[in-house]
Design a protein around this ligand. Sequence first.
Ligand SMILES: NC(=O)c1ccc[n+]([C@@H]2O[C@H](COP(=O)([O-])OP(=O)(O)OC[C@H]3O[C@@H](n4cnc5c(N)ncnc54)[C@H](O)[C@@H]3O)[C@@H](O)[C@H]2O)c1
Length: 278
Amino acid sequence: MTLAGRVAIVTGAARGLGREHALLLGAEGARVVVNDIDAEPAQMVVGEIVAAGGEAVAAPGDVATWETGEALVDLAVETYGDLHVLVNNAGNVADRLLVNMTEDDWDHVVRSHLKGHFVPTRWAAAYWRQRSKGGSEVRASVVCTTSTSGLVGNPGQSNYGAAKAGVAAFTVVAAAELGRYGVRVNAVAPLARTRLTESVPALAERMAPPSDPGAFDPWHPANVSPLVAWLASAGCEVTGKVFLAQGGKVELFRPWSVEATVEKDGRWTPAELGERLR
Ligand SMILES: NC(=O)c1ccc[n+]([C@@H]2O[C@H](COP(=O)([O-])OP(=O)(O)OC[C@H]3O[C@@H](n4cnc5c(N)ncnc54)[C@H](O)[C@@H]3O)[C@@H](O)[C@H]2O)c1
């Protein structure tokens, strides 16, 4: 596995999971573009990476805006000469039961995750296609962030779940399209204690740190980062997959697949289908 010399963008890297991904990529030798909509904590993460002997630059901005996506890729290439890794991690929640959900709750969450994945991937992919067509060997990796909320469903999160299911679909489509340019695309569904989970009382309690500070903390966000780092590495060959990571556990999700088929030589009537599909 090698991350040495690779140039990586991590979106939403000022805190939580993104911060841990950026710190680990930096510690493993990658040069990191630290994006977040919050400039000050993003700059602090840059300081941490540099203090640990790594290289990093801050790139504040809303990742769902077209200009920020382009600027992130430009900054990586201008500062470090290339781009190899994009970790799409930024996003937020606005949990509400469907009947109470506002248009803003829906738009804000769907935008940050879905458009927030699309925009930087679009600009990075254009860069990699140009490199590949110019004859350079591209060994690039995009790591997306989905959620069990989108893969198995979670009441109160119709906006977030729909967006995260969309991220899983986006991952599969992008992997199929970009493989020809040397780009792999995978997704990780993390489970970890962050600002996002601490805002939900039931989760905050379930994910509390262990009382023994020396014990393994199964909800620490840094537990997710080794999977992201491996997927980002030059030696990894996996593409189009969706994983879950929590504590010491990594799971590979099976894609949507056909469970049962009924078929006849002609068009069904509704009543016939009712008989067969009960
Ligand atoms: N924590 C979990 O258990 C869990 C579970 C499933 C999925 N996720 C996903 O993991 C990712 C990271 O979440 P987290 O738990 O670390 O939450 P977090 O709130 O700690 O971190 C998210 C970061 O993204 C930034 N951000 C939000 N919108 C942005 C935008 N438009 N542009 C740039 N930055 C933006 C925030 O400022 C914040 O720093 C999210 O995509 C989240 O949906 C987390």
